[in-house]
Structure formats: structure tokens, C-alpha cells
Design a protein around this ligand. Structure first.
Ligand SMILES: *[C@@H]1O[C@H](CO)[C@@H](O)[C@H](O)[C@H]1NC(C)=O
Ligand SMILES: *[C@@H]1O[C@H](CO)[C@@H](O)[C@H](O)[C@H]1NC(C)=O
Ligand SMILES: *[C@@H]1O[C@H](CO)[C@@H](O)[C@H](O)[C@H]1NC(C)=O
Length: 732
């Protein structure tokens, strides 16, 4: 009986450990998605502007250049020059695909839709010349347009080959940059996309061809130039992880602008190509990685946490990362500093002794001197040893760490992922605090606005707004913050067929000081009796409330918003009726079923909370009681389990020790140990314990009782020796 008791308590222990670990795991994944405000962009508002493509076609819009108050958008057979002030078209450059190229394309079994000229590259080489490349029905071509006396761009002269400068397919992910009179492209150089490369097309220097150590099925995301280097962000199949299964990792690669290529070894090939993994993960014993980079901002001066003055700013970049497409949908935003990127490249390299070995850090003595990451104009003079090392060791050992060691924002949902990101850098929120305000687009047509309010190294995410921009849930393919002056600042949101601009903030919708402060939006503060875009009024981003607002308004006083962008108020909160949703297309997106409004309608409109059961952002502080309930529930469940276990154990112990006290000579614990020892001895004497009837009988307490009775006084030793004699007897 006692045996059973112990066994079952062990069992319960295992269950408890499982429960606790389960709870902890859920804890890091199940986060609350409770933005301070929901809204939805409605057609026909003054503050909202549209640029629509040809409705029946997919234009694959791509912003390729913007300057002052205009942007150039590459589309199907045309470049639009669009005013950023009102999204009206200034001008356009038409360039349809060549008729004969279209015929060849169709003969190659490509759909007619793709046998068009999608403009993917567009760079002003100087104030007069515009360099343009398009897919041209799977035969990439480039042109240089020149400004004529009327200020219009004209094409005269010869078309150039566009292979390796421009992708073949508008869906291929590529990037290019024009810097110091040189054109760098990261794309594929063949029809079937098997030859990825990073190319500088003037000197014609490229990455090593068909070498999976250099580039392995990459998807290029962005590029920027800084000082003497050019950086490329991409994701690729991780060669160092291939022994543990196929995985995609995110990378930053860099090359030196003045690289001339190698000589006999690595001719016309980068001698300065190195890459490192980007680490965007939820820290822990087993960090959870968001492995697939989707987009980045440009490199600017900013700070991932609020800073009081410009001294604390760094060159940095924000990126959107997701889990892989066939796993649980998760997205995250991570920040990386230029300094951390540079440091990673100054460190150790990763290498493999042979194809059968693991990928490990290369010991210092095997690394050529000077460290190969140094940029040199004399790359042709590099010794063969060094070139050989460079050719075989493009990967750095360490990953570039994310600022703050964790994502700024994590999002899990079964219906959406992050796609694009834009940042309004260093916005003054008053009280001497500057914030990087992050806008992130999703693949279901929403824009989320977020900041990190954590002033220490701990990240404390605030989700300010969740805005539905495209009612047809088109994925957002580009985001751009446009700020000329306070009158024209806006966020330009793009899908592959529409461009919309929306205001950066909706301060004026808040009609009370409390609501204004609760928004925690660095743009807004309460001044002159209204919520305005100002840094001089009442605002408290840290707490979301401020004593200067006076006493809180009585609960239940809720004013319906009267402004153009309306707050979403769920019609049927608890049950999702799909038919109803179809009838009311203007209600919120598909993932509404998982959102349960809490405390509605007692709370004022601004304090409504929606709990997304899909997950939780770890660092978000609960602001209202309703939020606390979920975690409080979980904690109380675990506490009650622990309590009942302890009480159960005590009662069980009491009962069994009462029983034990009846057979005074046999304290159950001792006996148990004795049996164990006997068993050990039996097995160590080489006899087969499992087929010995005596040893099997040892499990039964009545046998022991007999043993004990016959050996009064010398309990332990007798129990140890007796069965051995007995078993000997059986054998005799
Ligand atoms: C776009 O239009 C603006 C305004 O007319 C003009 O200043 C600019 O040069 C145009 N850009 C191109 C590349 O055509
Ligand atoms: C390009 O990137 C998008 C978004 O990450 C992805 O869905 C698509 O499959 C990629 N294109 C190719 C050709 O891999
Ligand atoms: C990534 O960062 C996390 C948290 O900072 C750390 O625990 C983990 O070891 C890092 N992973 C790699 C591959 O460097």
C-alpha cells in the first residue's frame, strides 16, 4: 500500500511539473492583443487619399524611389510619378514589354498576366538620368531615361541587358541600390531562379556562383550603404543547420565598395562578402526564433527605447520577422544597431572541417591576418591562402543580437502575419522623451502602431492602434512615413493594387483628457481642451493616466465617436455567425471570433478591451482589471493545484504513519529500502531476479512480516540476508 502511495505521489509530481512547465510555455506564447484603440479606414474621408491601379489587374506596385514630395512607383508596363501630398499622379512613363518577348514568354508556358513588363528597378543616376529596369516578359531589360527641356523623361538610345540587375518574375524578391555611381543588385540571374547573386554591374563583380555556402535559395529583402560598405538583408536556407533539418535563417551580408575581386582565385568575385545570422528571438532556456525576415526600415538614427536627447541615438534598422510559412503563424519586430552588425563581422568565422563535421567557430590561429573583414582596395594582391579562406568561410560564427535582447513586438494569430514596416524616427513626445514610432503592416490589410516605452533595457511594448486599412484584407506590400511639414505628414500604405494615405495619428478623436492620455500615443497630448498633435500638453506614456487630468469620469459615460475614422464596436461579440459577418462587410476582420470584449458596455469606449486568445505580449502591463483575470485565473489554478497536493500529501502521510505505528517493528520506509537492497543484491549475484519466485514474493508485505517476526531485534541486517538464504534454498 505504501509503495502505491509513494508511486502515486511521484506520479502527481510529474503531472505537477508538466502542468507548471505547460503553464510557463503557454505564458510565453499566449499574449494579449489589446491595442489602446481600434479603428477602420472608411472610404470618402477627407484625410484619406487613394491611388488606385487598374482594378482588374495585379499591378505589383513597388515604390522604388521617393524624393521631396513625390514618389516613383513601379507597376505593370508603367512608372507612376505620384504626389505624396495628395496621391495624384504627376506624370507617368509608359514602357510595355516588347511584342516578340511576350510571344516567347507565352510559348514558355507562362501566364499572360506575367508576360508583361513589371518595373522593378528605378534609380536616378544624376539629376538628368533615370535608370529603369523591368521584367519585360521574363527577359529583363534596362533603359536610361533623360530629362528633356520640358522636364519630361525621354528614352533615346539603346536598351541594355537587365539580367542579374532585375528579376525575371515580379514575384521574386530582390533589392538594388545605387551608390557612389555604382549599381548593386541582389537578385537571380536566370529564368529558373537557380543562380542567385549579389552583383556590382560596373566592374562586374559578383558573389561566387552556385556555391550554397555563399547564397542558398535566398529571398532578398533590402539593402543600404554605410561608409565603405554595402549591406544586404535576406533570408535563406541555413547551410549550417542542414544536419538538423532544413531551416531558413535571416541574414545580413556585407561587401566593400572598393573590392576589386580576387586574382587567380575568386576572379570577378567578392573578396569581402561575409554574412551573419540575425537573432530575433524570445529569450529563454530554449530561445524561440522568428527566423524569416520579411522587410526592414532604412538605416537611420534612432533608439529602440525612449531617450532624453540626441546623444543616445544610434544608426539602426528595424525588421519584421516571422515563423516559417507552414508553422504556427508568429511575427515579431526586432531592432538591430549598425554597431552590433559591424562588431559581429569583426568576430570569429563559422566553419566545417569536412562535409561530415559540424559547423563550429574557426580557431583564431586558422584565421588569416589581417582579419579578412577589413576593406582593402588591393583585393587582387591578397595571398591565395587568404582568398581560399574567404571563399570557404563566408559565414560569421556569432549572430547579430537584437537590441534589448528580445522583440519589440510579438504577434500570434491564426489569420495574420506582419509583412512591412515603417518608422517615424525620434518623435518628441514632450517631457524630453523621443520615441521611434513603429508602423507595421499585416497580410490581412491592417496597420499596427506600436512603441517600446521601456526606459531600462527591458522592453515594454505599447500597442497604440490597430487600424483596418484594406477592407478586402489585401496584404500590405509597402509602408512609408511621409513628413514634409506638420500639415502634410501621413502614412502611405500600399497593397499590390491600391495605394492609400492615412494620417499618422487620430488624436482628435479622443474627447477627454483621460482618453487622450490612455492612448499612450507620443504624437498626442491634451492641450487647450482637446487631444491634439502636440508635445506641450498633458501626456503620460509610461502609465497611460495622469493626475493632471483631474478625477476620472464616471464609468459608463460613453460618447460614440463622431469622427471619420470610426472605432470598431463589435456587434455580436461572443458568438461568431459567419452568415452575419457576410451581411455586414464593414465589421472587423476575420480574426474577430477570438476577440471577446470584456466589461462592455460599462467601460468608457476607450477602455474596452479585447482579449485575443491567440497569444500575449509578454511585457504589456495590464491596465484594467478585466485584463488581469486571465492571468489571475491561471495563477490561481496552479496555486490551488499546489495547495491541494501539499494537503493531500500531509493527509496521506498522516494516514500511513498511523498504519505504520500499528506494526511498530516495521517502519515502512526502512523496509522499502531493505527490499530494494535485496533486489540489488540478487541481481548482482547473477541470478535472474525475474524468474525467482522468492524475489517476486518479496514485493508482498506478508512475507516481509514473517521475515521480521523471525528476526526480532536485528531488523535491517536480517531482512538483507534472509531472502538470499531463502533463494539459495530454492536452488539447492
Ligand atoms: C515627378 O514629378 C515632380 C513634380 O512634377 C517632378 O518635380 C519630378 O522631377 C518628377 N520625377 C520624375 C522622376 O519624373
Ligand atoms: C517573396 O516574399 C514573399 C513574402 O515573404 C513570399 O510570400 C514569396 O513566396 C517570395 N517569393 C519567392 C519567389 O520566393
Ligand atoms: C539569440 O539571442 C538570445 C537572447 O538574447 C540568446 O539567448 C540566444 O543564445 C541567441 N542565439 C544565437 C544563435 O546567438
Amino acid at each position: 500500500m505504501e509503495n502505491n502511495y509513494l508511486a502515486s505521489s511521484k506520479h502527481v509530481c510529474v503531472v505537477l511539473i508538466f502542468l507548471i512547465s505547460h503553464f510557463v510555455t503557454i505564458n510565453s506564447w499566449q499574449y494579449k492583443w489589446n491595442p489602446n484603440s481600434y479603428s477602420s479606414v472608411q472610404d470618402g474621408q477627407k484625410s484619406i487619399m487613394y491611388f488606385r491601379g487598374k482594378a482588374h489587374e495585379n499591378d505589383y506596385f513597388k515604390v522604388i524611389h521617393s524624393e521631396d514630395d513625390w514618389m516613383l512607383v513601379g507597376a505593370r508596363n508603367v512608372v507612376h510619378n505620384i504626389s505624396l501630398t495628395d496621391l495624384k499622379q504627376f506624370d507617368e512613363i509608359k514602357w510595355p514589354a516588347d511584342e516578340s518577348d511576350i510571344n516567347v514568354c507565352i510559348r514558355k508556358q507562362k501566364p499572360k498576366e506575367e508576360c508583361q513588363n513589371y518595373i522593378r528597378v528605378l534609380v536616378p543616376k544624376n539629376p538628368m538620368d533615370l535608370f529603369v529596369c523591368g521584367t519585360n516578359a521574363f527577359r529583363p531589360r534596362c533603359r536610361t531615361y533623360r530629362k528633356n527641356s520640358e522636364g519630361k523623361y525621354e528614352f533615346k538610345g539603346k536598351e541594355e541587358e537587365g539580367i542579374a540587375k532585375c528579376p525575371f518574375d515580379p514575384k521574386q524578391n530582390s533589392t538594388s541600390i545605387y551608390v557612389d555611381d555604382k549599381f548593386y543588385s541582389a537578385t537571380v540571374a536566370d529564368f529558373s531562379a537557380r543562380d542567385p547573386l549579389i552583383l556590382e554591374s560596373d566592374k562586374f563583380i559578383r558573389s561566387e556562383q552556385y556555391d550554397s555556402k555563399w547564397l542558398n535559395e535566398p529571398n532578398f529583402v533590402s539593402s543600404f550603404a554605410k561608409e565603405d560598405k554595402v549591406f544586404f538583408f535576406f533570408r535563406e536556407t541555413a547551410i549550417e543547420n542542414i544536419n538538423c533539418g532544413k531551416a531558413t535563417f535571416s541574414r545580413v551580408a556585407r561587401i566593400c565598395k572598393e573590392d576589386q575581386g580576387g586574382n587567380v582565385l575568386l576572379p570577378n568575385t567578392w573578396t569581402s562578402f561575409f554574412k551573419a545570422r540575425l537573432n530575433c528571438s524570445i529569450p529563454g532556456n530554449m530561445p524561440f526564433y522568428f527566423n524569416e525576415i520579411q522587410s526592414t526600415t532604412s538605416l537611420e538614427e534612432g533608439s529602440y527605447r525612449p531617450v532624453p536627447n540626441s546623444r543616445d541615438r544610434h544608426d539602426m534598422i528595424y525588421g519584421v520577422f516571422t515563423t516559417s510559412e507552414n508553422s504556427i503563424p508568429g511575427s515579431a519586430i526586432c531592432a538591430f544597431s549598425h554597431e552590433d552588425i559591424i562588431n559581429t563581422f569583426q568576430g570569429q568565422f563559422k566553419g566545417q572541417e569536412s562535409a561530415l563535421h559540424n559547423w563550429l567557430a574557426v580557431p583564431e590561429e586558422k584565421v588569416p591576418v589581417p582579419h579578412p573583414q577589413e576593406c582593402s582596395r588591393h583585393s587582387k594582391d591578397l595571398p591565395d591562402m587568404t582568398l581560399d579562406f574567404i571563399k570557404t568561410h563566408p559565414l560569421m560564427d556569432k549572430a547579430v543580437p537584437a537590441r534589448g535582447g528580445a522583440p519589440i513586438l510579438v504577434h500570434t494569430s491564426f489569420t495574420s502575419r506582419f509583412t512591412q514596416i515603417a518608422v517615424d524616427w525620434q518623435v518628441n513626445s514632450g517631457k524630453g522623451r523621443y520615441y521611434d514610432i513603429i508602423f507595421v503592416g499585416t497580410n490581412d490589410g491592417r496597420v499596427i502602431k506600436t512603441i517600446n516605452k521601456g526606459e531600462t533595457s527591458k522592453i515594454e511594448t505599447v500597442i497604440i492602434e490597430d487600424i483596418l486599412v484594406f477592407h478586402d484584407h489585401s496584404p500590405i506590400t509597402n509602408l512609408k512615413v511621409y513628413k514634409k511639414n506638420s500639415l502634410t505628414e501621413k502614412l502611405v500604405v500600399m497593397s499590390s493594387k491600391d495605394i492609400v494615405s492615412i494620417p499618422l495619428h487620430r488624436c482628435h478623436e479622443k474627447t477627454s483628457c483621460h482618453a487622450c492620455v490612455a492612448l499612450q500615443d507620443p504624437y498626442c497630448s491634451w492641450i487647450e481642451n482637446k487631444c491634439a498633435n502636440s508635445e506641450r500638453g498633458i501626456q503620460n506614456i509610461q502609465e497611460g493616466k495622469d493626475d493632471d487630468c483631474g478625477p476620472a469620469p464616471p464609468m459608463g459615460v460613453s460618447k460614440p465617436p463622431t469622427t471619420t475614422i470610426r472605432h470598431f464596436v463589435p456587434q455580436k461579440p461572443l458568438v461568431c455567425n459567419c452568415e452575419d459577418q457576410e451581411k455586414k462587410p464593414k465589421t472587423y476582420p476575420i480574426d474577430i471570433p477570438s476577440r471577446v470584449p470584456v466589461n462592455y458596455p460599462e467601460m468608457p469606449e476607450e477602455n474596452q478591451n479585447f482579449i485575443d486568445e491567440g497569444g500575449r505580449v509578454e511585457e504589456i502591463k495590464d491596465r484594467t482589471e478585466s485584463n488581469v483575470t486571465a492571468s489571475t485565473m491561471a495563477i490561481s489554478v496552479v496555486v490551488s493545484i499546489v495547495l491541494s497536493l501539499v494537503i493531500g500529501f500531509l493527509i496521506g502521510y498522516k494516514v500511513s504513519s498511523c498504519r505504520g505505528s500499528r506494526n511498530i517493528d516495521t517502519p515502512h520506509l526502512d523496509r522499502n529500502i531493505a527490499i530494494q537492497k535485496t533486489k540489488n543484491r540478487l541481481s548482482s549475484t547473477g541470478e535472474n531476479v525475474y524468474f525467482n519466485p522468492e524475489t517476486v514474493n518479496l514485493q508482498k508485505p506478508n512475507i516481509n512480516y514473517v521475515v521480521n517476526v523471525t528476526n526480532q531485534g536485528k531488523l535491517n541486517s536480517s531482512v538483507e540476508t534472509k531472502p538470499v538464504h531463502k533463494s539459495n534454498k530454492v536452488y539447492l
